[in-house]
Design a binder for this molecule. Structure first.
Ligand code: QAP
Ligand code: CO
Length: 172
Protein backbone atom coordinates (compact mmCIF):
# COMPACT_ATOMS: atom_id res chain seq x y z
CA UNK A 1 0.00 0.00 0.00
CA UNK A 2 1.44 3.34 -1.10
CA UNK A 3 0.50 6.33 1.05
CA UNK A 4 1.13 10.03 0.56
CA UNK A 5 0.69 12.61 3.28
CA UNK A 6 -1.90 15.32 2.57
CA UNK A 7 -0.66 18.81 3.45
CA UNK A 8 -2.41 22.07 4.36
CA UNK A 9 -4.48 23.59 2.73
CA UNK A 10 -5.77 20.30 1.25
CA UNK A 11 -9.53 20.26 1.96
CA UNK A 12 -9.53 16.50 2.40
CA UNK A 13 -7.88 17.08 5.82
CA UNK A 14 -11.17 18.68 6.94
CA UNK A 15 -13.23 15.48 6.58
CA UNK A 16 -14.67 13.96 9.75
CA UNK A 17 -13.37 10.41 10.17
CA UNK A 18 -15.61 7.39 10.74
CA UNK A 19 -15.38 4.51 13.22
CA UNK A 20 -13.91 1.14 12.31
CA UNK A 21 -16.41 -1.69 12.67
CA UNK A 22 -14.55 -4.56 10.99
CA UNK A 23 -11.01 -5.36 12.17
CA UNK A 24 -9.82 -7.24 9.11
CA UNK A 25 -6.62 -7.62 7.11
CA UNK A 26 -7.19 -4.43 5.15
CA UNK A 27 -7.12 -2.45 8.42
CA UNK A 28 -3.90 -4.24 9.44
CA UNK A 29 -2.36 -3.39 6.06
CA UNK A 30 -3.35 0.26 6.45
CA UNK A 31 -1.83 0.37 9.98
CA UNK A 32 1.44 -1.16 8.74
CA UNK A 33 1.64 1.24 5.79
CA UNK A 34 0.89 4.20 8.10
CA UNK A 35 3.75 3.14 10.40
CA UNK A 36 6.17 2.93 7.47
CA UNK A 37 5.06 6.36 6.19
CA UNK A 38 5.37 7.92 9.67
CA UNK A 39 8.89 6.56 10.23
CA UNK A 40 10.08 7.61 6.76
CA UNK A 41 8.77 11.15 7.40
CA UNK A 42 10.34 11.42 10.89
CA UNK A 43 6.93 11.68 12.56
CA UNK A 44 5.89 10.72 16.07
CA UNK A 45 2.18 10.62 15.30
CA UNK A 46 -0.08 10.13 12.29
CA UNK A 47 -3.85 9.99 11.79
CA UNK A 48 -5.36 7.95 8.93
CA UNK A 49 -7.02 11.06 7.48
CA UNK A 50 -3.52 12.48 6.84
CA UNK A 51 -2.99 9.70 4.30
CA UNK A 52 -6.49 10.19 2.85
CA UNK A 53 -8.29 7.47 4.82
CA UNK A 54 -11.06 9.22 6.82
CA UNK A 55 -11.17 6.53 9.53
CA UNK A 56 -10.84 6.82 13.31
CA UNK A 57 -7.30 5.46 13.42
CA UNK A 58 -4.15 7.07 14.79
CA UNK A 59 -0.68 5.77 15.44
CA UNK A 60 2.00 7.12 17.76
CA UNK A 61 5.65 6.40 18.42
CA UNK A 62 6.82 8.64 21.26
CA UNK A 63 10.63 9.03 21.42
CA UNK A 64 12.52 8.06 24.61
CA UNK A 65 14.46 10.55 26.78
CA UNK A 66 17.34 10.38 24.27
CA UNK A 67 14.98 11.29 21.42
CA UNK A 68 15.17 7.78 19.92
CA UNK A 69 12.13 5.94 18.57
CA UNK A 70 11.74 2.19 19.07
CA UNK A 71 9.46 -0.08 17.01
CA UNK A 72 8.26 -1.63 20.32
CA UNK A 73 6.82 1.72 21.37
CA UNK A 74 4.41 1.91 18.43
CA UNK A 75 0.83 2.49 19.60
CA UNK A 76 -2.15 1.76 17.37
CA UNK A 77 -5.31 3.51 18.55
CA UNK A 78 -8.66 2.87 16.87
CA UNK A 79 -12.03 4.53 17.66
CA UNK A 80 -10.62 6.60 20.57
CA UNK A 81 -12.98 8.38 22.98
CA UNK A 82 -11.77 10.79 25.69
CA UNK A 83 -13.41 9.81 28.99
CA UNK A 84 -11.46 12.16 31.29
CA UNK A 85 -9.32 15.28 30.81
CA UNK A 86 -7.49 17.35 33.41
CA UNK A 87 -5.07 20.26 33.80
CA UNK A 88 -3.43 22.46 31.23
CA UNK A 89 -0.09 22.34 29.41
CA UNK A 90 1.59 24.10 26.48
CA UNK A 91 3.87 22.47 23.92
CA UNK A 92 5.47 23.63 20.68
CA UNK A 93 3.66 21.39 18.19
CA UNK A 94 4.32 20.52 14.59
CA UNK A 95 2.43 18.33 12.11
CA UNK A 96 3.40 16.23 9.09
CA UNK A 97 0.51 17.92 7.25
CA UNK A 98 1.86 21.40 8.06
CA UNK A 99 5.57 20.85 7.29
CA UNK A 100 8.14 23.30 8.61
CA UNK A 101 5.85 25.19 11.00
CA UNK A 102 5.89 24.87 14.79
CA UNK A 103 3.92 26.87 17.33
CA UNK A 104 2.86 26.71 20.99
CA UNK A 105 -0.51 25.05 21.53
CA UNK A 106 -2.50 24.67 24.77
CA UNK A 107 -3.77 21.19 25.63
CA UNK A 108 -5.10 19.24 28.61
CA UNK A 109 -2.22 17.96 30.72
CA UNK A 110 -3.65 14.45 31.08
CA UNK A 111 -6.31 12.52 29.20
CA UNK A 112 -7.86 9.11 29.69
CA UNK A 113 -9.16 7.40 26.56
CA UNK A 114 -11.04 4.28 25.67
CA UNK A 115 -10.01 2.80 22.33
CA UNK A 116 -9.68 -0.43 20.39
CA UNK A 117 -6.53 -2.22 19.24
CA UNK A 118 -6.08 -3.74 15.75
CA UNK A 119 -8.00 -6.85 16.79
CA UNK A 120 -10.98 -4.88 18.13
CA UNK A 121 -10.11 -5.44 21.81
CA UNK A 122 -11.24 -2.52 24.00
CA UNK A 123 -8.56 -0.79 26.10
CA UNK A 124 -8.24 2.15 28.49
CA UNK A 125 -5.18 4.40 28.53
CA UNK A 126 -4.14 7.08 31.03
CA UNK A 127 -1.86 9.47 29.16
CA UNK A 128 0.39 12.25 30.47
CA UNK A 129 3.29 14.26 29.03
CA UNK A 130 4.04 14.11 25.30
CA UNK A 131 1.82 11.04 24.86
CA UNK A 132 -1.20 13.00 26.14
CA UNK A 133 -0.41 15.94 23.85
CA UNK A 134 0.10 13.67 20.84
CA UNK A 135 -3.21 11.85 21.45
CA UNK A 136 -5.08 15.19 21.60
CA UNK A 137 -3.29 16.45 18.45
CA UNK A 138 -4.14 13.27 16.51
CA UNK A 139 -7.73 13.13 17.78
CA UNK A 140 -8.23 16.68 16.46
CA UNK A 141 -7.32 15.31 12.98
CA UNK A 142 -10.17 12.79 13.31
CA UNK A 143 -12.59 15.71 13.69
CA UNK A 144 -11.06 17.46 10.65
CA UNK A 145 -9.08 19.99 12.72
CA UNK A 146 -5.43 21.01 12.51
CA UNK A 147 -3.34 22.50 15.36
CA UNK A 148 -3.09 25.82 13.51
CA UNK A 149 -6.83 26.29 14.11
CA UNK A 150 -6.11 26.55 17.85
CA UNK A 151 -3.75 29.53 17.42
CA UNK A 152 -4.66 33.09 18.38
CA UNK A 153 -5.66 35.42 15.51
CA UNK A 154 -2.21 37.07 15.51
CA UNK A 155 -0.34 33.75 15.44
CA UNK A 156 -2.63 32.37 12.76
CA UNK A 157 -1.80 35.42 10.58
CA UNK A 158 1.91 34.84 11.23
CA UNK A 159 1.43 31.21 10.18
CA UNK A 160 -0.43 32.06 6.94
CA UNK A 161 2.31 34.52 5.95
CA UNK A 162 5.23 32.19 6.73
CA UNK A 163 3.58 29.11 5.20
CA UNK A 164 2.64 30.87 1.93
CA UNK A 165 6.21 32.16 1.63
CA UNK A 166 7.61 28.65 2.21
CA UNK A 167 5.22 27.15 -0.41
CA UNK A 168 6.32 29.74 -2.98
CA UNK A 169 10.01 29.06 -2.31
CA UNK A 170 9.45 25.31 -2.74
CA UNK A 171 7.87 25.81 -6.18
CA UNK A 172 10.70 27.85 -7.81
C1 QAP B 1 1.96 15.37 16.25
O1 QAP B 1 3.71 15.48 14.75
C2 QAP B 1 2.52 15.95 17.51
O2 QAP B 1 7.03 20.10 10.28
C3 QAP B 1 2.95 14.57 15.46
O3 QAP B 1 8.98 19.19 8.69
C4 QAP B 1 3.17 17.17 17.50
O4 QAP B 1 5.06 13.89 14.02
C5 QAP B 1 2.38 15.29 18.69
C6 QAP B 1 7.15 16.66 11.45
C7 QAP B 1 3.67 17.69 18.69
C8 QAP B 1 2.87 15.82 19.86
C9 QAP B 1 3.54 17.02 19.85
C10 QAP B 1 6.78 17.96 11.32
C11 QAP B 1 8.15 16.17 10.63
C12 QAP B 1 6.50 15.73 12.38
C13 QAP B 1 7.40 18.82 10.40
C14 QAP B 1 4.77 15.05 13.99
C15 QAP B 1 8.41 18.31 9.58
C16 QAP B 1 8.78 17.01 9.70
C17 QAP B 1 5.44 16.05 13.15
CO1 CO C 1 -0.83 16.45 12.79
Amino acid sequence: MNLTILTYPDKRLKQVSKNITVFNESIHKLLDAMNKTMLESNGIGLAAIQVNHPLNILILNIPDSEGEQHPDNLMEIINPVVIKKEGQTTYQEGCLSVPGFYEDVERFETVTINYQDRYGNTKTLDATGLLSIAIQHEMDHLKGNLFIEKLSYARRKKFEKEYKKALKEKNI
